[in-house]
Design a protein around this ligand. Structure first.
Ligand code: ZN
Ligand code: ZN
Length: 230
């Protein structure tokens, strides 16, 4: 009987929910979809952090220099948001990109000042040793998903020239030092660029990459991540 029930539930719920690991008919069950930690409104127009009022520059970012114009992320890096990133990055579960990540990410671009027209979508690159180990660059998969929805080309304009330590264990200051000089451009860049990564923490990696793109000729650099820490 138990086997029968298991077979039956496999027919209706062929996979496990990324958020709670229970059987679900899609990558997220309804409960986890509703529990997505949306940043929502209002938020800081500069760094994308949730705020009490609509502002451009908040308590969190006003003392920071960014190499980019502004940052957006649909989700907070917690709960189901964090589970989604882990499912892709460490679980290699690719369907989450098209099913959940790219629609959420493209969704927050429609409210961007200047709209969602970009000359190119550029992913933050992975060092070749990490790329070889993981088999894919999660930022590039997200960039492709977003680019397809806003009719912009994905241009692989950045490369890692020096291997960095994992940012997770580092303070804000150490993060900046860690990524300084770690990236270089692959040829000239022009126009309005959307720089894409998985998680915004201090903005150190995105700032460093934006600096490289600016030197390579980019006009405006806006950034988009799936999650941001709050
Ligand atoms: Zn669930
Ligand atoms: Zn801010």
């Amino acid at each position: 009987m138990a086997i029968y029930l298991d077979v039956l539930s496999n027919l209706f719920y062929p996979q496990r929910c990324v958020g709670c690991d229970r059987r679900a008919s899609d990558v997220l069950c309804r409960g986890c979809f509703e529990a997505l930690p949306l940043v929502g409104h209002p938020f800081c127009g500069r760094c994308g952090a949730p705020t009490a009022f609509e502002v451009y520059g908040c308590g969190e970012c006003s003392t920071r220099d960014f190499g980019f114009e502004d940052a957006r992320a649909p989700l907070r890096y917690e709960g189901v948001g964090e589970e989604l990133v882990h499912a892709l990055k460490y679980g290699g579960y690719l369907p989450v990109v098209e099913k959940v990540m790219a629609p959420l990410m493209a969704g927050v671009l429609s409210g961007y000042p200047g709209g969602n027209r970009f000359d190119a979508v550029v992913p933050v690159p992975l060092h070749r040793s990490r790329l070889a180990k993981r088999g894919f660059n999660q930022a590039e998969l997200m960039a492709r998903g977003v680019a397809g929805r806003i009719n912009a080309p994905v241009l692989d304009k950045l490369k890692v020239v020096r291997r960095t330590r994992d940012q997770v264990e580092l303070s804000a200051g150490a993060r900046r030092t860690n990524v300084a000089g770690a990236f270089a451009s692959r040829g000239p860049v022009a126009g309005r660029i959307l720089l894409v990564d998985d998680v915004f923490t201090t903005g150190a990696t995105l700032s460093e990459c934006a600096g490289v793109l600016r030197k390579a000729g980019a006009g405006e650099i806006h950034t988009l991540t799936l999650c941001r820490t709050v």
